[in-house]
Design a protein around this ligand. Sequence first.
Ligand SMILES: C[S@@+](CC[C@H](N)C(=O)[O-])C[C@H]1O[C@@H](n2cnc3c(N)ncnc32)[C@H](O)[C@@H]1O
Length: 231
Amino acid sequence: MRHEIVDFLASIGISRFEFEQLNEKVCKAGLEREFLEENWFHPQLYELTQGISCFYDFKVNFMEYLAKFIGNMKGTKKHIVDGGCATGIDISFLAMQFPGHKFFGYDRENALIAAAERRRKNLGIGNLEFSVETHGRATKKIPPADLLYTNGALGSDDGNTAVEVGKLVVGICRRVRSGGSYILAGMSEGAGFLEMQTEANRNSIFLIRTDIIGNFGAEIAYNYLFRVRPQ
Ligand SMILES: C[S@@+](CC[C@H](N)C(=O)[O-])C[C@H]1O[C@@H](n2cnc3c(N)ncnc32)[C@H](O)[C@@H]1O
């Protein structure tokens, strides 16, 4: 699976590089520094940053983790949602790998979802839909999830406190159907990340950087896994 992920990323122009090369890459792509400082979620910049070694390794490991998780889900036509999907890289790969399930990606940024939709069309992925939404404001477009995952989408860059992150988690949790699962992952999701409580009747898995990087295969030992009693 790892090779497929790496090949897929390369096919959409994402290859691993060291952080020191970022400036050079930004210049080569013809992007202006000042513009980027104001537009951190510019689709082209976002995708460029995904090649930085630490982000890249985390992404590959998490995609591998998700592919394994989805592969173990019983039944077909499950609803799998990527919350804060940006340009939809991970979910596009997963949708192609698992044509029997239905995939949905949402993000609060219009420009990122527009780029995700362009990719979906280019790759001809039929079992995938995107929409502009926030964690807390679900539209009817996305049905209750059997699995909802987020990667780096809990706003820790904005300095969210545990309480604020907790509110986001509640919004996310409401998108998950009773008995479904949510996986919240991130490189640096904030101090409160590991203390989050789950809502009843959903299964949550919290993954942080150290859980995944270099530790794939040992996820059960490293993960913080909260199984919640059925109601
Ligand atoms: C660091 S990026 C990670 C993107 C992607 N999940 C990945 O793994 O590469 C965080 C993304 O989450 C989105 N985001 C942050 N807070 C959000 C919210 N409350 N609702 C929806 N999207 C959100 C941002 O717009 C951004 O695209």
